[in-house]
Design a protein around this ligand. Sequence first.
Ligand code: GDP
Ligand code: IMO
Ligand code: MG
Length: 433
Amino acid sequence: MVIGAQWGDEGKGKITDLLSRSADLVVRYQGGVNAGHTIVVDGRVLKLHLIPSGILYGDTLCLIGAGTVVDPKVLIAELDMLLENNIDTSGLKLASNAHVTMPYHRLLDKALEHDRGLRRIGTTGRGIGPTYADKSERSGIRVLDLLDPHGLADQLQPVIRQKNDLLQTLYGLEPLDPESVIKEYIAYGQRLAPHVVDGTRTIHTAAQNRKNLLFEGAQGTLLDLDHGTYPYVTSSNPVAGGACIGAGVGPTMIDRVIGVAKAYTTRVGEGPFPSELQGDLNHHLTDRGGEFGTTTGRRRRCGWFDGVIGRYAVQVNGIDCLAITKLDVLDELAEIKVCIAYELDGEVIHDFPIDARQFARCQPIFKTLPGWQMDTSTCRALEDLPANALDYLSELADLLQASIAMVSLGPERDQTILVEDPIHGPKRGLLSH
Ligand code: GDP
Ligand code: IMO
Ligand code: MG
């Protein structure tokens, strides 16, 4: 399983694509089109929002699982984008019980954000929160509902009436036309029908046939609804345990949890971020790392690597090994800082405080390490890395009490150092804590 160990955008897409080489089925289990996973192959850039990052391998099945929320319009655009790139999409499967993001969800997401004013979350505006809210409230529309035109009309009429009330009365917005929404979504159902399956059965049939399964997390640990920096979080569970619920598997089926973390930290949207940088260094990392949102194009906030949240991520996900990405982005720096603890109200703390108000008051305590000021983007083995870069990685492994299995030095597949086998466990044990 691949999960994000920070605030998202850690490079999960690149790592999932690499590991998909030896997978038979790749599963997304939570989140929706708020995710943006980038894969770069021979200079060609593919941005995926819903389709698992295993889709580039023709014989790999890719399942959008029950725990995701599906915006059919965006999914169809993504399918078309892949087809234009001559990528076979026949292996894409869509769980019939996944919930559907509707136009009123997008409108309400934006209206709610506007209403929050200074307390806004900085959502992606893709309707994620309202879709999950309707799911919990049991008024959601599921993929299987799109395949039943008459049933869909009956189901949607009262829901749209109620949502129109909200849109008009509370937010002063134009109402939606129920007939055109119903027509539009019936058409989406027809287009997606060949991909729709019983997702749980798909997974368990593969498991019974001893196939290799890979679960691809979206977002990151600190954006988790229960374990992240609430309320500045997303509405699903990106932590490893989320896969059990979102895919319908028991915890005993998960053999390995691979935590992906950038060699520094980024965050998009609002919320506390103790190791955040201001000024020139922030701009250097944003520009050098291309830190602009894959989904919204927003500038990502950048800061030093945060060992406190990293350690927390290792714990709440049960991370077996780490993939450290974007080490090359630090190449030019003369010195690099790592946040090793926080000062909270005059006390030094080493553990992540779950109360967001306390977290917002945390001041970072940094350790400064020398930079390497060499190009690492062409390194292909640990031995090729400058000594200071190796020391930096060892520092991260020590801080997080986890071994580093992969180091990524650029967006392309081959810009990766395989330190140990991330799926079957350590061989060489280099950088193990
Ligand atoms: P995800 O949401 O976790 O899949 O990450 P994103 O795709 O949103 O953001 C990661 C960005 O960094 C993408 O543009 C990747 O192509 C790029 N990337 C991934 N790994 C590396 C790396 O090691 N070095 C550099 N320079 N870029 C990388
Ligand atoms: P990937 O999978 C980074 C952030 C938003 C906002 C908060 C809530 O590419 O790592 P939402 O639209 O989910 O209600 O927004 O979560 N967010 C992400 N940040 N990467 C993502 O996905 C994100 N998905 C949501 O910016 O702060
Ligand atoms: Mg992303």
